[in-house]
Design a protein around this ligand. Structure first.
Ligand code: HEC
Length: 161
């Protein structure tokens, strides 16, 4: 909105409030705004945080998350484009390259990726965690929509397993 439109709007509001006398004044307007703010806040803070398409994290995946943090994988890797940039993004490594492929990297490392000497159970946990992340969405986001509120929402593409 340009400045001219805003100043025109404010003079219209002023004229309207002056006509009705001092009762309907800036204060009434302010109180009305405060009143509108309450349901608005309630709406904003309760909407849009659910991710109903993601099933709860299993115990194994949770252990994988802990290992992921303990070994600081994010120093070199990204989820949804966020993280270090020495290695590739891991968001969809399971669905694009496969669990066996990811496991192989973790088992032996490469010249550029360290071998973390994970135990069998830890390898399983790490793969379970990567599977959990993979099921949460797609990166780069291929399909999205803008909801009525202006928020960009990723369209959930059901993967055939
Ligand atoms: C020092 C940096 C570094 C760390 C730390 C690291 N990685 Fe890597 N990772 C890489 C690099 C670089 C590659 C690419 C392989 C290559 O070119 O050698 C890679 C490849 C991978 C791949 C195969 C990805 C693909 O798309 O080909 C997976 C899976 C993986 N890493 C998982 C992990 C996990 C899980 C951890 C934590 C336990 C981890 N990495 C820690 C550097 C790292």
């Amino acid at each position: 909105m340009s400045i001219q439109v805003l100043s025109r709007l404010s003079s219209v509001v002023q004229a309207a409030t002056q006509k009705r006398g001092a009762d309907i004044s800036n204060r009434t307007f302010f109180i009305a705004l405060c009143a509108a703010f309450i349901p608005y806040s309630a709406y904003v803070y309760t909407q849009g945080t659910e991710a109903s398409h993601i099933s709860p994290m299993t115990k194994e995946a949770r252990q994988g998350l802990k290992l992921f943090q303990a070994h600081n994988c994010v120093a070199c890797h990204q989820f949804y484009g966020l993280g270090g940039y020495m290695g590739p993004d891991l968001t969809n490594v399971i669905s694009t390259k496969g669990a066996g492929y990811a496991r192989a990297f973790l088992m032996s490392g490469t010249q550029r990726m360290p071998n973390f000497n994970l135990k069998e159970s830890e390898l399983d946990a790490m793969v379970a965690f990567l599977e959990f992340v993979d099921a949460s969405g797609e990166y780069p986001i291929a399909e999205y929509e803008v909801d009525w509120y202006g928020t960009v929402v990723q369209k959930v593409v059901q993967k055939d397993e």
